[in-house]
Ligand binder design. Structure first.
Ligand code: HGY
Ligand code: MN
Ligand code: MN
Length: 416
C-alpha cells in the first residue's frame, strides 16, 4: 500500500519556511537564529497572536481553552474525531526556532495544502499549540496538553507558581489567553506531531526521518538545601554546614550514576542557585533541580531511589536539611504501532531514509497518547543541538518532515 498523497500533492516549502522565520523573529535572541519565548510572557503572546492570525486567515474554527491551548479545526467541533497535528510555540529562555514551532506550523501547512487542493476527507483536520510545553518557567512541562487530556486538574494548573513567583492564571489572563473552551478537550481520532530530534542520532547515522516509537520517562525534582551561613575565612572546615558543598556532591553523584548506567539513563542538574551567593560567605541555602530520564520505568524508579539515598547520606554527614519537591513525573510512553507504521510507510514511499527510535525529549504527543492513537515524526538536528539558539535543521529536512506529516495525516483522515 502506498501512502503517496493523491496527485503527488506536496506542501508549499516557501510558505512553511517563511512562517518559521517570521515566528522565529518574535522573541529573537540577538545575533542568533534562536528565540526566547518563555510560557505566558509577552513574547509568548506575540507568537500566539501571530499563529492565531494565520489560523483565522485560513477560516478555521479556532478555540482557546481554560489553560490557553489553541486548537484550529476544519470542523466546528474542534478536535473531536479529527486528525490532529500540533506541538508548542513556547520555548526555553535560550531556545531555537524549530523546537515545537515546526510541529505547529507544519500542521497548519498541511491543512492549508489540503484545503487549497480541494481534497474531500472523511475526517476533519486540526492543528493545535499547547500551553507551556517546556515547563521551564512553570512546572510540570507539557502542562497544557496534560490538562487537555485530563491528566492534571485545570484548577491545579492555573494555581501553579513559576520560578519568578508569577501565577499561571494571572499570566494567562494578562496575555489574553485565559479561554473558555472546556477541558479535558475533545478527543481526536489520532494525533501526529512533527518535531526536530534535538539529539545526534539521525544526523550521525545519515537518516532523514525518525519514526518515533515512544517517549522516555521523565523525573524532575527540586531540592532545597538549608545549611548555616558563615564566614568563609574564620569557619573551620569541620564546623561547616555548607549547602553549596552538598549541592555539588549531588550534582556529581547524578552525573556518575548516569555514566555508570551506560547510556539508558540521562541526568541533568540544570538549575543551581546559592544564597547569598557571595565570595566570602559560606552559603545559607542551595536550591537545585535534578532531571532524570530513562526509557525503562523500573530503571528510572531505581535511579530516583539511589538519588534519594545519596541525598540523605550526604545531608546527614554535612548537617544540612534537604526538602525535595517533585516538579514532574511521567512514565515512558509507547506510541500506537498502527500510526508509527503509517509514518514509516510515508517516509519509505517518499524515498526518505528512516529509522525507528525513542524520543529523549518530552513532547505534547506523550500526553495525547493517553486519549488517542498517536505517533511522532523526527527530522535531524544539526550537530544534535537543541535548547540552544544555534539549533538548526536543514530546510530540505524541514520540507521532507512536513511531507511525511502530510501523507500520514491523509492516510489517517482517509478520502471521503
Ligand atoms: O524537557 C523536555 O524534554 C521538553 O523540552 N519539555
Ligand atoms: Mn519541543
Ligand atoms: Mn523543548
Amino acid at each position: 500500500m502506498t501512502l503517496a498523497p493523491p496527485g503527488g500533492l506536496r506542501i508549499d516549502r516557501a510558505r512553511l519556511l517563511s512562517r518559521l522565520t517570521e515566528l522565529g523573529s518574535i522573541g529573537a535572541i540577538e545575533g542568533t537564529t534562536g528565540c526566547s519565548r518563555l510560557a505566558l510572557t509577552d513574547a509568548d503572546r506575540g507568537g500566539r497572536d501571530l499563529v492565531r492570525t494565520w489560523m483565522d486567515h485560513l477560516g478555521l474554527h479556532v478555540t482557546v481553552d481554560g489553560i490557553g491551548n489553541v486548537i484550529a479545526s476544519t470542523s466546528p467541533h474542534g478536535g473531536a474525531g479529527a486528525v490532529m497535528m500540533g506541538s508548542h510555540i513556547d520555548t526555553v529562555a535560550t531556545g531555537g526556532r524549530y523546537d515545537g514551532n515546526l510541529g505547529v506550523l507544519a500542521g497548519l501547512e498541511i491543512i492549508e495544502t489540503v484545503v487549497g487542493a480541494g481534497l474531500d476527507l472523511s475526517r476533519p483536520l486540526a492543528v493545535g499549540f499547547f500551553t507551556n510545553e517546556e515547563g521551564s518557567r512553570f512546572a510540570p512541562d507539557m502542562m497544557g496538553s496534560l490538562v487537555y487530556v485530563g491528566g492534571l486538574p485545570l484548577e491545579t494548573a492555573l494555581a501553579t507558581t513559576g520560578i519568578d513567583e508569577a501565577v499561571v492564571a494571572d499570566e494567562l489572563d494578562r496575555i489574553g489567553y485565559l479561554g473558555t473552551a472546556p477541558v479535558p478537550g475533545a478527543v481526536p481520532h489520532a494525533f501526529v506531531e512533527l518535531h526536530i530530534e534535538q539529539g545526534p542520532i539521525l544526523e550521525a547515522e545519515d537518516y532523514r526521518i525518525g519514526v518515533v516509537e515512544g517517549v522516555q520517562g521523565i523525573s524532575w525534582t527540586e531540592l532545597s538545601i538549608e545549611g548555616q551561613s558563615n564566614h568563609a575565612g574564620t569557619t573551620p572546615m569541620h564546623l561547616r554546614h555548607d549547602p553549596g558543598y552538598v549541592a555539588s556532591r549531588i550534582a556529581t553523584f547524578v552525573r556518575e550514576l548516569a555514566v555508570e548506567a551506560g547510556g539508558a539513563l540521562v541526568a541533568t542538574v540544570g538549575a543551581l542557585t546559592l544564597e547569598p551567593n557571595l565570595i566570602n560567605v559560606v552559603p545559607a541555602r542551595a536550591t537545585m533541580t535534578v532531571d532524570l530520564r530513562n526509557t525503562d520505568e523500573e530503571a528510572l524508579a531505581g535511579a530516583e531511589a539511589r538519588v534519594v539515598g545519596f541525598v540523605a547520606e550526604v545531608a546527614k554527614a554535612e548537617g544540612v536539611e534537604v526538602t525535595s519537591r517533585t516538579l514532574a513525573r511521567f512514565e515512558p510512553v509507547v506510541f500506537a504501532p498502527e500510526v508509527v507504521d503509517l509514518v514509516e510507510q510515508a517516509a519509505v514511499d517518499q524515498g526518505l531514509a528512516c529509522r525507528r527510535l525513542p524520543s529523549g525529549a518530552g513532547h505534547d504527543a506523550q500526553m495525547l497518547a493517553r486519549v488517542c492513537p498517536t505517533a511522532m515524526i523526527f527530522v535531524p538536528s544539526v550537530g544534535g543541538v537543541s535548547h540552544n539558539p544555534a539549533e538548526h535543521t536543514d530546510p530540505d529536512d524541514l520540507e521532507a518532515g512536513a511531507n511525511v506529516l502530510l501523507s500520514t495525516a491523509l492516510a489517517l483522515a482517509g478520502p471521503s
